[in-house]
Each structure stands twice: as C-alpha cells, then as structure tokens.
Design a protein around this ligand. Sequence first.
Ligand code: CP3
Length: 367
Amino acid sequence: MKESPIEANDAAVADQPATLGTSRFVRACLRQPVDRTPVWLLRQAGRYMPEYMAVRKHHSLLEICRTPEIAAEVTITAAERLGVDAAIIFADLLLPFTPMGVDFEFLAGEGPVVHTPIRTLEQVRALRTDRVEELSYVAQAIERVARHFAAPRTDGDQLGIIGFCGAPFTLASYMIEGGSSRNYIETKRMMYSDREAWPLLMEKLIGVLTAYAAQQVQAGADVIQIFDSWAGALSVTDYREYCLAPTTELVRRIQALGVPVIYFGVDTASLLPTMRQTGADVIGLDWRIPLSEGWKALGETCAVQGNLDPITLFAPQNVLRARVHEVLDAAAGRPGHIFNLGHGIVPGTPVENVIQTVKWVQEHRAQ
Ligand code: CP3
C-alpha cells in the first residue's frame, strides 16, 4: 500500500517537500511545490491522433481496451507523442458493466448502447458485484505502462500514471438510460422515486469501483481520476441529496488505497463547493468558469485541474497561445494546478496544436 496522501501532505509541511516525490504531476495533486505546471490532456489518446486511428483500423474500441499489450501501446504512444507529464490508461468508463452483468456495445456514431437498461429494483438486485477480477486486463495494461515509464525522464521527472473509473451517478445514468442522454429522465425518475433501488445501485457501484480502482493502484497507478462527466445535469439540491454521499464514500475508499483522487465533471460551476465536500484531492474544472473563480469556489485547500476549452485547439496559434496563458496566469503559479482541458480532445483537432499547447505550458515557469 502506498503512503496516504494526507500523511504525505503533513510530511510535506514538516519536512522538505523537495524530497517527497519525483513526479511533478503527483506533487501538484498534493499541492506540493513544483518546478513548473504539470500538463496532460483529457482524451489524449483518441481519434484526433493518426497513430490511434491506425490501431483502430484493425481493432474495435473494446478489443483495444481488453488487450493489455494494445491498450498499453496506445497509452504510451499518446503520452510520448505529446510529451505530457502524465499518461491516462486507455480504457473506457463502461468496462465494469460487463462483470456486473450489463451487456453493452459501442455503435459507430451513436456511442455506448446498453441493450437492456436497468430500470427496476429486481434488475438492480441482480447486478453482480463478485466478478471484478474479470477487469484485470486493465491492471495488466497499467503494469506494462508503469514498467515502460519506470525510469525517470531526462529532466529527472517521473511520468505520472493515471487510472480511472466513473462516478456512481454518471455510470448509473448509462445503465438506466441505456446510453447517452439529454434529460436523464429515467435516471432521475429512479433517483426520486425508488428509495430502495437507487441507494442499492449506488452501493453496488461503489463496491465494484473500489475493487476496480484497487487493482489499478496495485498495478502502478499513481492517481485515480473519477469521471462524473454528467453531474452537471443535477441541481445542487439533487446532487446533495442523491449523489454526494455515494461519491464521498467512493473518494474516501480510493484515498484509503494510498493515492490522490481527481474528481472531474462538466458544467459544474454551481456544483463546485458541493463537489469539494467529497474530499477529493483535485477537482477538474470545465472551461465555462474562469479558473480563478472555480478555484475560489473550491477553496485553496484543494488542487485544481483544467481548464482550456478543447475547441480552442482549432483556433489560430495567437489565439490559442493567449488562452493557454490566460489559464496559467489565473493559476498564478500557486501550488496545486495541473494544466488540462475542460473536457476531452475532439476528433479533427490538429495534432500540432495539441503538441504546441503542451510545449507552451512546459515553457511557462512557476513564479
Ligand atoms: O486518452 C484518453 O482519455 C482515452 C481513454 C478514455 C476513453 N474513454 C476511450 C474512448 C477515457 C478516459 C474514457 C472515459 C469515458 N468513456 C468517459 C468520461 C470522459 C468524458 O469524456 O467525460 C465517458 C463519458 C465514456 C463513455 C464513452 N466512450 C462515450 C460516451 C463514447 C462515445 C464518444 C464519441 O465521441 O464517440 C465512448 C467511446 C470512446 N472511449 C472513444 C475513446 C477514444 C472514442 C470512440 C472510438 O475510438 O471508437
């Protein structure tokens, strides 16, 4: 088991922080001083990248996810091509559905489709929580990535390795709606009306996700990111009433594995103070809120990740550069900023702009 982030923080205050970790990405997650702002990008391995599309020509998305050699290769290629400070394991949010007994597939142009959506208490009761070891292919991919990046880079920094899972609400929404959704009617219907099914679904997801995260940490993940991509669909009241406690419990259990937790959602400006209450070490900001305002809403006792609009990557270089510096200036070199996008890179994004963005961040020294 790794040293707990809380102890690491205390030690940082008491001793010399400079000796604590060699990864500036992990140090920033713990709000320790760094020589420069670490950077990685949401969906850095994806369809915008020719190297990924070359692999995709021969394998489906799920084949890539379920074959550790290929998932590791895709992860490593993206991190090295961009020169980022952290690699996120190539996987998908929905992978835990299979051992839970929920069949799904990715349909071209439509995204994920769950063939029999979970809508009743009986269906929730039937969800399996005892087969998480079937997901060990993700841990095997992480082991390969960790081995590849075991040696420090030329600047002495250790590349951070990020494992991830979905948050209870966002995963439940895919299970209940049967795919992506606009209004989350069935999800909210269960949440509001079934006082047995919703809490049981949350409990089962927390159990499965904790075990899944534990496999990833065991395999070498330095940090776990929890994606609550669609939490922004909730009012503050509903988030508090139905999602805060399960998410807090998941954060707590993952931190108990000895790694910092990044908690990310989209359209979350009004939810930020409540998301902070989960106790996550880092909160991911989308681009709709200026970084300094978002950080203020969270309080200085947590780190932030973000928050360039991913579509800025289509802008001419002078505009893009100005926006990158706007984010860096808003963070003003305070410990605990990880540069990222406000959401994932979209297909069609010019690769050279992505690489240039990473360079600009890395050239910008903390004051
Ligand atoms: O570098 C990386 O970040 C790639 C690893 C990754 C994937 N999915 C691979 C993937 C990660 C971190 C995810 C997480 C994920 N999966 C999320 C949360 C992140 C977010 O965007 O908020 C969500 C909501 C999913 C579910 C999912 N997977 C959807 C809705 C889709 C379709 C999206 C689309 O644009 O078509 C996917 C497919 C998917 N997962 C792709 C990739 C690279 C693109 C499809 C492909 O390669 O065929």
